[in-house]
Design a binder for this molecule. Structure first.
Ligand SMILES: [Zn+2]
Length: 668
C-alpha cells in the first residue's frame, strides 16, 4: 500500500463478492472472452464444472444478456432475479453448466479520481484501457464459491490483456491478439485487464529454484520504466522467498492503468500510470503488492472473522523497509501510526477483529496500522527467530486455504512455545489502547546501588503489558521492561547508579494512546475529526469558494456549527489568517512559515482550550484553490509550504516523550 504521500491504499479485495467465498469445492470455469474496446462489446462463453452435482446460483451484471444456457447438456431458460444491478440465476443441481452471454461494457472514464476508482465497480472498456473487476459481474460468477479457471482472451491486435494466473500461450494472427491463462488455485473471482500495452519480460530463477515470468504491461508513455520495475520485483521475490517460503505462482506482472487506481491481485498489480511514475512506488507499494501474493492471495483471510493480511503485509513490507533504513526511520514509522491513532475520534474506533477492508480513514488506522503494531509487539515478545519461524509455519500450513486470526495465533504459539491468547485477545477484541503514564517515581540509595520505584497508570480495563522504561543515570542510560497488568502498579528497578530521570517507552514500542505532548497535531487530526468546522475569515467570494472546495476534499465530514470542542480548519488569505490568530488570542504564524515562502503555508496548532486548529494561509484565491488536490495526501504532516500545487517543504512538530525527573540535577 502506498503510504509516504498517503496517495492511496491498494486493496486486493474491495469488491462485493470476495468476502462471501465459502470453503465449498471450487467451481472450474473454462472461458472464452472477446472484447472490442472501440465499441465496448464483450462476448463470452463459459463452461463451468463442479466436482459433484450441486445447485449453484450464477451472478451476472444486468448489462449482459444470456444468449444460451444449458445444465448437464440440457438447454434451459435463464429466469434471472434482478437486484442491485445484478441478475441471479438459480440453477438446478448439475455438474456442468454451459452458457454464452454478451453485452456492452461501460465506457472507460479517465476523469475518475482515486477515491472514485476504489468504489467504482462497473466493468469498463476503452482504447486506453479496460478493467473488468471481479465483483462487477462481467462473467457468470458462481455465488458463494471460490473459482478456478482457464480463460482465453481475444482482443484487437494493437491491444494486450491478462487475467491473474499462468500464461499458457499467446499469439497474434489475423488482426487479433489471443492469450490463454490458467489459474489452478481456488481464487476469489476473476479480474480482467487490457490496454494498448508494451510488454517487457524477464525470466527469473528464484532462490527456491522455481522459474518465474516477470512482466510489465505498460502504456507506451512509461515503457522506459519497465527495466527498473522488473529489477525491483525480482528483488522482492527473493526477499520474501527467503523470509517466508517459495513464491506460489509462476508469474508476476506490473500493469499500468489509465486511471489513478491501485489494486493488487494474485500474480499482478494494477497501478495508475501517474502512480508508476512516482519515484518512491518501486521502493514501497510495489513490495507491498508482491507480498500480498503470500498474504491475502496465497493465504486467504477469513473475512467474517477479520482480515489479518493488511497488517501483516504492512509490517513485513512498508514497515520492514523502514527498519532496513535504520532505527530512526523505524521509530518514525511507529510514531506515525500512533499519531494517526491519536488523531482518530474514539467514536470511530472499532476492534481490529472487525476490520475487513479499508473503507475510510479510521479503518486504515485500525486495519493497517494498529494491526502492524500488533505484529511488531508480537515480535518484541517472542523474539525474531520465533516470529520468523511462525510466519514460515503459517505459510506451510495454510497455503491456498482460508485462515483466521486464531490460525495465525496458533502458528506463533507453536513457534514460540508461549501461550498468546491474552495478547491477541486484548489487541484484537478491544477498541482503544492503554493511556499509559508515569504517576509517580522515587529513588533511594540501597546497598550497592539505587532502587527506583515507578508507579504506572494505564486506564481501565487494564491491558497486560511489558512497558519499556529508559532510565537516565549518572553513568548512562539503562532500559528495563516492567510488567504491568493492573490499572495502577508500582515496579521496582535496581540500578547500579543514581537515576536522574525516567522516560516512558521513548522508543514507542507499545500500542498506546499518546499523550498531548507526545502527539503534536497533524493534518489528520482535522481530516478524521468527528465535528470539524470550516472558518473562512473573509467575505471574498473567490476565497470562500476555494476554501469550501478545499474543505470538501480534505475533511471526511464537515459540521456547520462551531462548538467549544470543534476542530477548526481556518482558510483564507495571509492577512485574514494573521488577523484571525490575533483575534482568537492564538500564537502568531510560526517561524519558517512566513508569507514570503511559497504561495501558501499550512500548519496545525493547539488553541488555548486544547482544540486543534489547522491554518491554511494563501497569497490569493488561486493559490488556495491549488491546494485542494495535493493537501489530502499529507495527513501525517504538521506544517507544509506550497508553491501552487507543488509541495516545497513539510514536517511535523517535535514530540516530547513522557519523562519524570527524579534528581535536582538537570535532566535532559
Ligand atoms: Zn495491502
Amino acid at each position: 500500500m502506498i503510504r509516504p504521500a498517503g496517495l492511496f491504499a491498494a486493496l486486493f479485495c474491495t469488491l462485493v463478492f470476495c468476502t462471501t467465498a465459502s470453503a465449498a469445492e471450487p467451481a472450474s470455469h473454462r472461458m472464452r472472452v472477446r472484447i472490442e474496446p472501440d465499441t465496448h462489446l464483450l462476448e463470452g462463453r463459459d463452461s463451468i464444472r463442479f466436482g459433484t452435482a450441486r445447485a449453484a446460483t450464477l451472478v451476472l451484471s444486468t448489462r449482459f444478456r444470456i444468449d444460451t444456457l444449458a445444465v448437464d447438456g440440457r438447454r434451459i431458460d435463464a429466469a434471472p432475479r434482478l437486484a442491485g444491478g445484478f441478475q441471479r440465476i438459480a440453477l438446478p443441481a448439475a455438474r456442468r453448466v454451459e452458457l454464452r452471454w454478451h453485452g456492452t461494457l461501460a465506457a472507460l472514464d479517465r476523469s475518475l479520481d482515486h477515491r472514485d476508482t476504489l468504489t467504482y465497480d462497473e466493468p469498463a472498456s476503452g482504447k486506453d484501457g479496460s478493467f473488468l473487476p471481479s465483483g462487477s459481474g462481467w462473467y457468470p460468477m458462481v455465488e458463494q464459491s471460490l473459482e478456478r479457471y482457464e480463460l482465453e482472451l481475444d482482443l484487437p491486435a494493437e491491444q494486450r490483456g491478462l487475467v491473474p494466473g499462468r500464461l499458457l500461450e499467446e499469439r497474434e494472427a489475423q488482426g487479433r491478439y489471443r492469450a490463454r491463462f490458467e489459474f489452478k488455485h481456488p481464487a476469489e473471482g476473476i479480474s480482467l485487464i487490457a490496454g494498448p500495452y508494451r510488454i517487457d519480460e524477464r525470466r527469473l530463477r528464484t532462490a527456491a529454484g522455481s522459474e518465474v515470468r516477470l512482466r510489465t504491461y505498460f502504456h507506451p508513455e512509461i515503457a522506459a520504466l519497465a527495466p527498473g520495475y522488473l529489477d525491483s520485483v525480482a528483488g522482492y521475490l527473493d526477499l520474501y522467498e527467503r523470509w517466508i517460503g517459495p513464491y506460489p505462482f509462476s508469474e508476476f506482472s506490473v500493469v499500468s492503468s489509465p486511471t489513478p487506481t491501485g489494486f493488487g491481485m494474485p500474480t499482478l498489480t494494477y497501478l495508475g500510470i501517474d502512480v508508476l511514475r512516482l519515484p518512491f512506488i518501486r521502493a514501497t507499494s510495489l513490495g507491498h503488492e508482491v507480498l500480498h501474493n503470500w498474504w491475502g492471495n496465497g493465504v486467504y483471510p477469513d473475512y467474517a472473522r477479520g482480515n489479518w493480511s493488511e497488517g501483516l503485509t504492512n509490517f513485513m513490507a512498508d514497515y520492514a523497509y523502514r527498519e532496513r533504513a535504520g532505527p530512526e526511520a523505524a521509530r518514525a514509522a511507529r510514531l506515525a501510526w500512533l499519531r494517526d491513532f491519536a488523531a482518530m475520534p474514539r467514536s470511530d474506533d472499532t476492534p481490529l477483529v472487525r476490520f475487513t477492508s479499508r473503507t475510510h480513514g479510521a479503518s486504515q488506522v485500525v486495519g493497517y496500522d494498529k494491526s502492524a503494531m500488533l505484529f511488531y509487539m508480537l515480535r518484541d515478545m517472542i523474539g525474531e527467530a520465533a516470529f520468523d519461524k511462525g510466519v514460515r509455519e503459517f505459510w506451510r500450513s495454510y497455503r491456498f486455504r482460508i485462515a483466521s486470526w486464531d490460525d495465525l495465533r496458533g502458528a506463533f504459539e507453536r513457534a514460540s512455545g508461549k501461550k498468546l491468547g491474552t495478547f491477541f485477545a486484548q489487541w484484537l477484541e478491544r477498541t482503544g489502547a492503554p493511556d499509559l503514564r508515569i504517576a509517580a517515581a522515587r529513588s533511594d540509595p540501597v546497598a550497592g546501588g539505587w532502587r527506583l520505584q515507578v508507579t504506572l497508570e494505564q486506564g481501565a480495563p487494564a491491558y497486560t503489558l511489558s512497558v519499556p522504561l529508559a532510565v537516565r543515570t549518572a553513568s548512562g542510560e539503562i532500559t528495563r521492561r516492567v510488567a504491568l497488568s493492573r490499572e495502577r502498579e508500582t515496579a521496582t528497578i535496581e540500578l547500579p547508579a543514581e537515576p536522574l530521570s525516567v522516560a516512558l517507552d521513548p522508543e514507542l514500542r507499545l500500542m498506546r494512546r499518546l499523550g498531548e505532548a507526545e502527539a503534536p497535531p497533524i493534518l489528520r487530526d482535522a481530516m478524521l475529526a468527528q465535528h470539524p468546522v470550516l472558518v473562512v475569515p473573509t467575505a471574498d467570494a473567490a476565497v470562500q469558494t476555494a476554501a469550501h472546495a478545499l474543505a470538501a476534499r480534505l475533511l471526511e465530514r464537515i459540521d456547520t456549527e462551531r462548538t467549544s470542542t470543534s476542530t477548526l480548519l481556518v482558510a483564507g488569505l495571509h492577512a485574514d489568517i494573521d488577523a484571525w490568530l490575533a483575534s482568537e488570542g492564538m500564537a502568531a504564524r510560526p517561524a519558517g512559515l512566513e508569507t514570503t515562502r511559497g504561495s501558501a503555508q499550512v500548519w496545525t496548532a493547539r488553541a488555548g482550550d486544547g482544540r486543534i486548529v489547522v491554518l491554511v494561509s494563501a497569497r490569493d484565491a488561486a493559490s488556495l484553490a491549488a491546494l485542494a488536490r495535493p493537501l489530502p495526501h499529507y495527513g501525517r504532516e504538521s506544517y507544509l509550504v506550497f508553491e501552487g500545487a507543488r509541495m516545497l517543504e513539510r514536517g511535523t512538530w517535535p514530540t516530547q516523550p513522557q519523562v519524570w525527573t527524579l534528581s535536582t540535577r538537570p535532566a535532559r
